[in-house]
Ligand binder design. Structure first.
Ligand SMILES: C[S@@+](CC[C@H](N)C(=O)[O-])C[C@H]1O[C@@H](n2cnc3c(N)ncnc32)[C@H](O)[C@@H]1O
Length: 247
């Protein structure tokens, strides 16, 4: 798909603008990268994309590889720590891959997104969310992403194996403006006793009347509990608050 992506995945390392070599840190894996790439490739109308949380830039590379060559394609990245904590790796990788249709907003999403909504409400075709790892951040990012997306656009949430993103995804699944479109699932653990335990976990905990202990995990609305990454499609405007002018 792309030589820079292949090289990173083979070596498991990236090089920063300081020249230092870094080990990959919880990036999207091959399957998730392909999922993002294929989703965008399959819909030629996806050109204007947004990513919250770039880190070492693997999602950025897959997004830009998928829109590469499309007229007016433009990728916006929000990451306050790209040039500090992440040593500029994400941007360096995009440069190495010869992608130039992108911009980095080096600010926290809670500050950057409201400004973006003022300027570009309903204009994005695709938003990828994996910024700060708290529930309130994930929800806030999704709130603004919903405003930024046009009808028919996609919102992809990563790390839904973790509670903050899982809760945000479950909430999105209750909104009439979204349909759960596609997902990447975790394979069931291989040894059969573990597999059996996993399958029986819910009925057993119900039997033991422990539901309240696991209420967050059990209030799962996602179609599949093993979901790692999920894509929602915006199928209607969000009109819960009444006419948009009041919103
Ligand atoms: C888990 S990493 C993202 C990993 C990336 N999706 C990948 O697969 O390589 C989270 C990212 O969110 C960024 N981040 C942290 N706080 C943020 C905030 N308030 N707004 C936007 N991004 C933030 C971090 O700098 C980091 O790049």
């Amino acid at each position: 798909m792309n030589k820079v992506i292949d090289k990173i995945q083979e070596s498991g390392t990236v090089t920063g603008k300081s020249g230092r070599i870094h080990k990959l840190h919880s990036p999207i894996n091959r399957q998730e990268g392909l999922f993002v790439y294929n989703l965008i490739q399959a819909d030629a109308s996806v050109k204007k994309t947004l990513e919250i949380g770039c880190a070492y830039g693997l999602p950025s590379l897959h997004i830009c590889a998928a829109t590469n060559g499309r007229e007016d394609a433009w990728h916006t990245i929000i990451d306050p720590l790209q040039n500090t904590l992440w040593d500029g790796v994400g941007i360096q990788n995009l440069d190495a891959a010869d992608f130039d249709a992108f911009e980095l907003i080096e600010n926290k999403s809670e500050f950057a997104l409201p400004l973006l909504v003022q300027e570009e409400e309903g204009q994005f075709d695709f938003v990828f969310v994996e910024g700060s790892q708290t529930f309130d951040h994930a929800l806030l990012d999704c709130f603004y992403a919903t405003r930024l997306l046009r009808l028919g656009g996609y919102l992809v949430l990563d790390s839904v194996t973790r509670t903050p993103a899982r809760c945000a995804a479950d909430f999105l699944n209750t909104l009439p403006c979204y349909e759960e479109y596609a997902s990447v699932r975790e394979p069931l653990p291989k040894p059969w006793p573990l597999r059996l335990l996993r399958l029986l976990r819910e009925p057993i905990s119900r039997l033991l009347k422990e539901e309240h202990l696991h209420s967050v995990r059990q209030q799962t609305f996602l179609k599949n509990k093993n979901t790692r990454m999920v894509a929602f499609k915006k199928i209607a405007e969000d009109e819960r608050g009444g006419p948009a002018i009041l919103g």
